[in-house]
Each structure stands twice: as C-alpha cells, then as structure tokens.
Design a protein around this ligand. Sequence first.
Ligand code: ZN
Length: 435
Amino acid sequence: MSEYFPSSEFEQTGQEMHALMASLYPICRSITGDGFRASLRILQQHIPLEIHEVPTGTQVFDWNVPNEWNIRDAYICDPHGNKVVDFKQSSLHILQYSQPMHCRMPLAELKKHLFSIPEQPDWIPYRTSYYKENWGFCLPHRVLETLPEGEYEVCIDASLEPGSLTYGEYMLQGESEDEVLISCHSCHPSLCNDNLSGMALAIFLAKWVSQVKRHYTYRFLFIPGTIGSITWLALHQQEAQRIRHGLVVACVGDSGNLVYKKSRQGNAEIDQAVLQVLKDSGVEYRILDFIPYGYDERQYCSPGFNLPVGSLTRTPHGEFPEYHTSGDNLDFVRPHALVDSLSKYKQVLELLEANQVYVNTNPFCEPQLGKRGLYSLIGGRKGTEQIEMAVLWVLNYSDNEHSLLDIARISAMPFSTIREAAHALLEKGLLVRRK
Ligand code: ZN
C-alpha cells in the first residue's frame, strides 16, 4: 500500500475520509427526501456530481418510485411531560417512512410501535417501513424498560407524499465507451460503516480516477439501496450493457480484513482482478460466492442483466454486532481502515486499466535478452531474479490470448511484477498490444 500513499499522505487521506463521514453523519437520509439531497450537496463539494430526480409513481420494472418522505421533528413525551425519545438527538430514533401523526396514547398502545434490541440494550436499532404504512420509534432497550405507565404524547412531524427519488451520478469519460461502475447505497441515516464509509470511499476514489489517464469510462452512482439500483437499471438499460466491470462499495471502514463477494458470473475479469489484488497484498482475506442477498449487486446481477459486478467490503453486513444500530458510529470506523480499503480499490482499477493482452513479436524460441540489454535494464536491483522469471513468463504466454492477469495467475507471481516485465519487453519491441 505504501506504493500508493507515502505514510503521511496515507494518514491524511484516512482522516479526510473520516471527516467527510462526520459531516454527513447527523443527516437523516432515507431512500427519498431532503436528507438524501442535502447529502449529495455535501458530496458536490468534492466532485461535480449530477443530481437526478425521478418522479414518484414512475414504473421501474416490477416496482414504482415511492412517495417522498421528509421528516422535520419527532418525539415522545412521558406522562410527566419529559421527552423520552427525541429525533433531534439521533436520526435513528424514527422508524423510516413513519406516517405523520400527533396524538396521545397509553404506554401499552405505544409499545406496539417501539423497537429496541434486548441483547444490545444501549444501542438504538435502525428500522424501516418503506412499503407498508406504519409509524414507530427506535430506542435503547434500557430506556424502553424504564418508561412509566400512563398516557404519552407522540409527535411525528413528517410528510409522505408524491415527490421524487433522488440519486447522484458522476461520469468520467475514458478512451473507450466500455464502463467501470462504482455503486454505493447512500440512503442510511446516522450509520457509518454501512453506508457512509462506502460514500466516502467512492468520493475519494472518484477524485483519484479524475486525475489519471483512463482507458475505461467510469460511472459513480450514489443511490438509495434496492429501489435506487432498480430505478437506474430500468431507466438505463442500454447504458448498462456497456458495464464491463463493477463494484458495489459498502462496509469499508471497520477494522476487519477485506472480503470479496464475487459477481454472479463468478469468474469475470473483475472477480479475477480483485482476487489478484487481495492475494498480492499478503494480508488475510475472504472470498464469498455470489448469493442473491446483500446490497445492490443483487439487482446488477439479476439474471436479465447478469452484469460483472462484485462487492468488496471489510466485515460484511450482518457479521458485526454494530450493524444497523447506533453502535455503527464514527468511532466504529477507523481512518486507517478507510484508506486501506481505498488503496485496494485503486489497485483493482489500476489492474483493470493495465490488463492488456500482448503478442510476443519473437515467438520462435526465446529471444536473446542479454543482447537487447534487457538484463542490464532490470539487473542489479532487489527482486531481479523474479523480474527475469516474469520476463520469461510474459514472453511465453503473450500469445494473443492470455492477458497479463492470466499470466500473473498461471505464474503465481504478483501482478505488479508481471506488469513491470511487460513494460520492459514493450520498450524493447519484443511485445505489441493485441490489435
Ligand atoms: Zn444497511
């Protein structure tokens, strides 16, 4: 990773990613509404994101864009007039998509609408009711247990009415129309690993991609989970066919090791590329086969599209106890983990950009490398023998069929070594790019 960030820059980037998350943290985001828009406007301070609005009721495959939900305030007052739950203290206190209301009711009635986690009594759970009319509050179990009997005042100052679904999109044109998709759900309220870490990573990755020479065209999507990817895919069926490689970003800030969930195709170039980067890192990692559950890869990998889209995370959703609770806060995500995840994403994109198929211009027996100064070019430095081996591997397998990634896999050598050997051979005219 030091190849990508000198250590002080590495640390600073991690801090900046964390600071971006801190600025987004208090906002009550949902799958629609002003919280989502306010978040995109903060992201626009970093990259020139385009903001799109899709009207309520728009049919998107088997779904419809839902009503827009906006919330201004919500609270519960106990029989003595004390605010025992206050939305202004945490955006997690409200059941997402709660109907507006203001009334009084006994505790027994109220309790039907209160959500807590007895096993984690200090954390506020995150709950939603997007497609079923309901209302409710989420609170620590410890607080719920202390509520006295009596009549409670319940207020939800919200609106649930026709509006639109908002998403953000940032395109970076490359030499080719072939696309790389980076997609992150951006619809969770005050939750950090899932999903602010993904938003922060996508922003910093986009900034970096904007500064490098690109073969591929890059598309960054900041969408509400599930309905956002369904909406984008329904409205962009042609564009979706240009996606050659894609990653769904989430849960990239906890201190666990990296985990890659393969695309439905299972052995797409993106799957091989991520595997290679993780293998070359020398750090433990896990690989999961595709399952039709998880984040938006479910939609990108639905059988009608079957796009080569995987998901690179640290600890996957549901595997950390803080998941979907107030425990997934700014302390749970660490700058060093964020920046380590970012560097792996960069390495994956660099690998994809560099993964060419070459043709050996001297295929009849080995060319005389010494005569061409190839040994002197690469000699006299650490790892020389490995480079010499890589030169032989690249020459042998540059047969108009095997890519550099294939050669790295076959030779069990790091991709960076194979790439370095290929560059040296290119300079000497011993390789040409496949036409
Ligand atoms: Zn989630």
